[in-house]
Design a binder for this molecule. Structure first.
Ligand code: ADP
Ligand code: MG
Length: 391
């Protein structure tokens, strides 16, 4: 079977002299052989395993002939390829042999010893090809299953992308009526004297309408595939905008938000929409990790990416369930998710990594189970050279 290992052939032949002759021929042809003269010794060796082929004499001299013995082996669940050696070339024996499932049979004619090795080789080749086929089939089945799972995930991702597009188009639709409402309101407010009892309500409406307009504008910025997106970006400002979008979601989940922004961080050259996407992904992950609520701390400060390479350091800290060490190496893999179907796509961090790579930055995760997770992003502060790849 294996090119590096000679195949082992077990010979069961009650005639010691004949058995020795068979053994000699087979050994000369390169096989390892074991020779026994009675079925119980054969059974013992077969039980131990490691036999590739069984050369079985049909006339064993006892009550049981070779084929009957082969049935016994099979019934014991010890099937192995068999070549039957028989003194009689009668049809009944051949038919019995075929029905029993022997691979080949050899008649004890004058020259049979010459072609016994050949028969052994042929049967072993057949068996090898068959095993390879079975193995290939198993692999094919596994690959098909893998493909099915991946397709499912792609559909899921595509569906989400579709929802995002829909949200964007609704946001777009909302923009115009909001503009109209805002304009009319301005007119009404202008005609309402400060001491009018309706004034207060109108002011509340005005501020709420402004809030809606901000949200819609924000959402549109997210989904609009802008051209020439690289510009000078204030990272803290982008995080604030992202928080604005996610705030309701976080509040609903009883997540307390505390920003720690160092006001002296310099602006960087970056694609602001992509950065917002990164922050939103990190916030959703943090929120998912805190189903009972908790703290979310976006932090921005200055640091270094390498010696002599100043960087803006962004940390998103949560007090959630954390990531076990065995998962930590895989969270950036596309489609790696521990969330239920329909909850996670496993694409969030993969997308974050790609965006940060394109910005020549670095993204790393520290986590402790049941304590929380810190995602750290370092973006270089350099006059635009870091974003060449984005154009
Ligand atoms: P998704 O959120 O769709 O599962 P992500 O790529 O965003 O895909 O995250 C991959 C996996 O990494 C998550 O399923 C989760 O197991 C783990 N993970 C990511 N962020 C956090 C976090 N802040 N806390 C705990 N686990 C996290
Ligand atoms: Mg995610």
């Amino acid at each position: 079977m294996n090119a590096s290992r000679p195949e082992t052939v077990l010979i069961l032949e009650d005639d010691e002299g004949v058995a020795r002759l068979q053994q000699k021929r087979l050994e000369r042809a390169g096989f390892t052989t074991i020779r026994v003269t009675n079925p119980s010794a054969a059974l013992e060796i077969i039980r131990q395993g490691g036999i590739d082929l069984f050369v079985l004499d049909n006339q064993l001299g006892g009550a049981e002939d070779g084929l009957a013995f082969y049935h016994r082996i099979k019934n014991a669940g010890l099937d192995l390829p068999v070549i039957l050696v028989t003194g009689y070339s009668d049809d009944a024996t051949i038919i019995r042999a075929l029905r029993a499932g022997v691979r080949d049979y050899v008649f004890k004619s004058v020259e049979y010893l010459d072609y016994l090795p050949e028969a052994c080789r042929r049967v072993l080749d057949q068996v090898r090809v068959q095993r390879e086929r079975e193995q290939a089939l198993v692999e094919l089945k596994a690959k098909t299953e893998e493909l099915r799972a991946t397709t499912q995930q792609l559909w899921q991702a595509a569906r989400l992308a579709g929802v995002g597009e829909l949200a964007a188009s609704i946001a777009h639709e909302l923009n115009n009526p909001l503009g109209t409402v805002s304009l009319r309101l301005e007119g009404v407010l202008a005609k309402t004297p400060p001491d009018d009892p309706r004034r207060k309500s109108l002011e509340i409406i005005d501020s709420e309408v402004s809030r809606m307009a901000r949200l819609v504008a924000n959402l549109l910025q997210f989904s609009r595939p802008g051209r020439d997106q690289v510009s000078t970006v204030d990272v803290c400002e982008e995080i604030r905008k992202t928080i604005e979008l996610a705030e309701h979601h976080l509040r609903k989940r009883r997540i307390i938000l505390r920003t720690e922004f160092d006001p002296t961080v310099p602006p960087i050259f970056a694609d602001r929409q992509q950065l917002r996407q990164v922050f939103l992904n990190l916030f959703t992950n943090a929120a998912d990790a805190m189903p009972q609520g908790g703290q979310l701390i976006p932090r921005v400060r200055t640091g270094v990416l390498q010696p002599n390479q100043p960087a803006v350091v962004i940390e998103v800290v949560d007090t959630g369930v954390g990531i076990p060490p065995t998962h930590l190496g895989r969270v950036f893999d596309p489609f790696f998710t521990t969330k239920d179907e329909g909850q996670g796509t496993g694409l969030g961090l993969a997308i974050c990594k790609r965006i940060i790579d394109q910005h020549h930055g670095k993204i790393e995760i520290e986590s402790e189970v049941n304590r929380g997770t810190t995602v750290r992003i370092l973006l270089p502060v350099r006059n635009g050279t870091n974003t060449e790849a984005l154009h």
